[in-house]
Design a protein around this ligand. Structure first.
Ligand code: SF4
Length: 110
């Protein structure tokens, strides 16, 4: 799996993404049970509210080899401060429409 991770720009001040990297490295969280090697293609924020730039960033990750886009847990779960992204559903819909069915989308990392 070649994964590009998109995280919440607003959460960067709270979190450098340590757990996301550990989840990939140790194949835990959403990556549990994946047999193949997992390579991180990129780790990028959404571009800021209201996430209109996220689709361009997802596109760039795919251009650089990602076959999977994972939304970091700060987006849909609001980790670590319990504040989910109000634009998460729209962001995912835009990215899904833009990238098509060949690219797998993961709703969270852990
Ligand atoms: S759009 Fe959502 S994910 Fe992006 S910075 Fe704003 S709250 Fe965070």
């Amino acid at each position: 799996m070649k994964v590009g991770i998109i995280r919440c720009q607003q959460t960067e001040d709270y979190c450098p993404g340590t757990t996301d990297f550990r989840m990939v490295r140790e194949k835990q969280g959403v990556f549990e049970g994946i047999e193949e090697e997992i390579e991180i293609i990129g780790f990028i924020n959404c571009g800021g509210c209201p996430a209109k730039k996220a689709v361009l960033r997802a596109r760039e990750l795919v251009k650089r080899g990602a076959d999977t886009i994972a939304f970091a847990s700060c987006i849909q779960k609001g980790t670590p401060i319990g504040y989910p992204c109000p634009f998460a559903r729209k962001m995912k819909a835009l990215i899904a429409k833009d990238l098509g069915e060949d690219i797998k989308l993961l709703d969270y990392t852990h």
